[in-house]
Structures are given as C-alpha cells and as structure tokens.
Design a protein around this ligand. Structure first.
Ligand code: ADP
Ligand code: MG
Ligand code: MG
Length: 209
C-alpha cells in the first residue's frame, strides 16, 4: 500500500517528535565539530512544518513535500536548512501530482533528494556529511525494492543503511561544512547531519509501518 498526503503529513509529525527527542544529542554532536546549532536548527524547522500542517494538509504527498521544503528553507539557516530544503523540494518535483507514494515513486523521490543535496552542497561520499547517510540509504532502498519490499520495508532498509553510513563518518576527515575547518581533529566524531538524516529516515520508516 502507498502513502497518502495524510500519511506523509503524519510521517513529518513523527519526524518532528524524533528531532525534538534528539535535539540535545544533535546539539552536542555539532558542538564537538561545528557551532552547536544543528539540533536547534532542525527542531525549529520541524516545529514550523508541524504548525504549517495544522493550518492545512496539502492535497498530495508532492505538495506536502513542497511545504516541508519551503518551510525548511525559510525557517532554518546554516547548512542543513537549505540542504534538507533542497532534498524535499527535489523529492516534491518527482512526486508531482500523484495521490499516493508507491515504491517506485519513493525510490525516485529518494534518489532526487540525494541528487539535490549533492547538487547544492557538492559533497561526495566520504566527505563526512549527511551524504554519507543518504548514499547507502538510497542503495539499500533500491535493493529492498528489487526484492519486492513494501514502502515501509523500503524505508526500514534505508534507515538501517543510513545508521551504518552515519556511523562511518566517525572515522572520516570532514571535507565539507564547518567540521572541515577542524580537519584531522574532527576524526573520532559522528557527523551531526549524517545522524539527523538517519533519525529522519527511521522516523519515516516507523510512521509507514
Ligand atoms: P551549520 O554547519 O551551518 O551550523 P548545521 O549545524 O545545521 O549547519 O548542519 C551541519 C551539517 O550539515 C553537517 O553535520 C553536515 O552533515 C551537513 N553539511 C554541511 N555542509 C554540507 C555540504 N556541503 N554537503 C552536505 N552536507 C553538508
Ligand atoms: Mg551547526
Ligand atoms: Mg550554524
């Protein structure tokens, strides 16, 4: 079964709760290798998304994604706001006017989100950013879909891979964003954006069950 606009709105509300629960953790991760605002940035952004959805849930999943994108871009500064905003905007373009997100559309949206983040931030795999969570997430989603998984199963596979991808940033020298200013001194630290990407995918996967 696919995911309707109401289903997607519920997934974003679940994501907002997860971001709020992990706000301090994300702040501490970013304090170690950045400027300590990642948890605050994301919680402000997702709180604003939840408020916008209270006014009205748009009619299609694509329009819900677009609302999330414009909210993140307008409400969240720094690197992550525009990057996540671009991810949702590119996903929204792929979702188009479809009434439901099915597995093929989910894959297109995930691929587009990754491409958007890379087009905007120019990070590649191994640069110790959110891209290190997203690349394996998209591959795992493709693998699960090829094995006939449901939307929820595809998202769970993506979230599992994103967890491992985020963990891989601990051993990497950051090459993009504020953490890159620290160079080798950032080795041993989990990238906050990779961690938040894994948390968001997990929240979506749980919401889709
Ligand atoms: P800022 O660094 O501006 O304070 P945040 O703290 O909200 O913004 O977000 C930091 C996260 O953004 C990093 O942990 C990293 O995952 C991600 N990031 C930063 N620059 C890039 C980039 N060029 N490409 C991909 N991700 C990036
Ligand atoms: Mg920061
Ligand atoms: Mg900042």
């Amino acid at each position: 079964m696919g995911c309707s606009s109401e289903g997607f709105a519920a997934a974003l509300r679940a994501a907002a709760e997860v971001v709020a629960e992990h706000r301090t953790e994300l702040i501490e991760l970013d304090r170690a290798i950045g400027d300590g605002d990642h948890g605050e940035n994301l919680s402000r952004g997702f709180t604003a998304i939840v408020s916008a959805l209270e006014t009205e849930v748009p009619a299609t999943p694509g329009a819900v994604a677009k609302l999330a994108a414009t909210t993140l871009i307008s409400k969240v500064g720094g690197a992550a706001g525009p990057l996540y905003g671009t991810a949702f905007l590119r996903a929204s373009a792929k979702l188009g006017d479809a009434a439901e997100i099915d597995v093929p559309l989910l894959l297109e949206a995930l691929r587009a989100a990754l491409e958007g983040v890379q087009a905007r931030g120019k990070a590649v795999g191994g640069d110790a950013t959110m891209v290190d969570a997203l690349i394996p997430a998209v591959s795992a989603a493709e693998g699960a879909a090829a094995a006939d998984a449901s939307v929820a199963e595809v998202l769970a596979a993506a979230a599992d891979a994103a967890d491992r991808g985020a963990e891989s940033t601990v051993d990497l020298v950051p090459r993009k964003g504020r953490a890159s200013y620290l160079g080798e001194r950032a080795v041993g630290h989990l990238d906050p954006g990779a961690r938040s990407t894994a948390l968001l995918l997990r929240a979506f996967a749980e919401a889709a069950r």
